[in-house]
Ligand binder design. Sequence first.
Ligand code: UD1
Length: 422
Amino acid sequence: MDSIHVTGNGPLNGEIPIAGAKNACLTLMPATLLSDEPLILTNAPRLSDIRTMSMLLESLGCEITPNADGTVQELRTAQITNHKAEYDIVRKMRASILVLGPMLARDGQATVSLPGGCAIGARPVDLHLRALEAMGAELDLRDGYVHATARGGLRGGTFEFPIVSVGATENALMAATLAKGTTVLKNAAREPEIVDLALCLSRMGAQIDGAGTDTITVQGVDRLHGATHAVVTDRIELGTYMLAPAICGGRVLLKGGRRDLVSAFCVKLEEAGIGIEETPDGLVVERKGNRVRPVNVVTEPFPGFPTDLQAQMMALLCTADGTSVLEERIFENRFMHAPELTRMGARIDVQGGTATVQGVDRLRGAPVMATDLRASVSLILAALAAEGETVVNRVYHLDRGYEQVEQKLSACGAKIERVKAA
Ligand code: UD1
């Protein structure tokens, strides 16, 4: 298995281009199942999760033609030739459940394996299923699969999500575009990826109001057509790389970055003493002072502080001048990076969903293990600021969500390299 070797090397200076959002692309790609015409996605990220989604869609009958560098994906599902999403693909990635709503909406039938994905808590799919039931789907859970049917097609309905779920909102939104009549989704997720999906679906002919607010109204149409859509900037990749100069010192331009995508996160960085400047090319992040100030963080649905930046923020706070408290409210069991950071000299006490981080002067390099996608990049960030060499093992987690990490960071002066497994 590949590993990444990082040696703390002082301040970082330069530019880092931010790719299209993994999580947006993973919900935009299944939208191909809603139409027999081509859907062209530009600004697509080049990641193993995207390849997994491609494999899944191809297994259902979609033809996918990427351009030479993989940043443009043309998807065409003339017909859904197979309505079963097999366990072998779905288990690799939880977002696979997003094929359920579109398949059901187009053909009135879908069988999807219950998903796996990052090991960050139980992560059920009950809300996806309940929202589809509110649109008339009949569901049967057998042998680890959801067997869904909608004889005569889905019909509009009203569904109020008891808790905010990004994926369930996306599944329901896609399904509602082809349902008969009006669907109202209450307590819907407001993430930029939802807005991006709604924009793309509207380009395909869907009638959607209120995306980006907590109530989304969809007027079903008979069919959707082809479209070309540019994937929104990856706010999690953006936030992650904003932390690199925050941790190491220096000044970095995050090309394509926008403050509105990460505003709650920016507030916390500024509280810690980090300078953030908006420019026409992107966000410029600079650390002027010596040590950052401690801050308290609570993860929340958008527009709150994103759970997907909690591990990386913890890496920063490990060397803050005082004690910070991080409260994880979205997922249980999302502090698996804490014991690994402790191996590097951090002082972290985890009690349930709360981590108390007492800042230390300096972290020290150590062999560590990536446990999930965001945890793995938090270890790389910590390593950039640590004394000596850190070896991050199990980096396949990283490759699911970050393209060219070594290239992007070394272009700013970091000492980082991938060592291929023999
Ligand atoms: C998406 C993101 C993920 C991010 C998360 C929260 C993708 C591919 N992944 O995941 O990176 O961390 O949003 O911002 O976009 N829940 C249920 N029942 C359900 C669905 C969710 O109880 O049917 C719970 C989850 O266990 C979790 C909470 O709801 O506690 C929020 O999860 P959700 O927003 O659905 O996350 P995902 O869409 O899976």
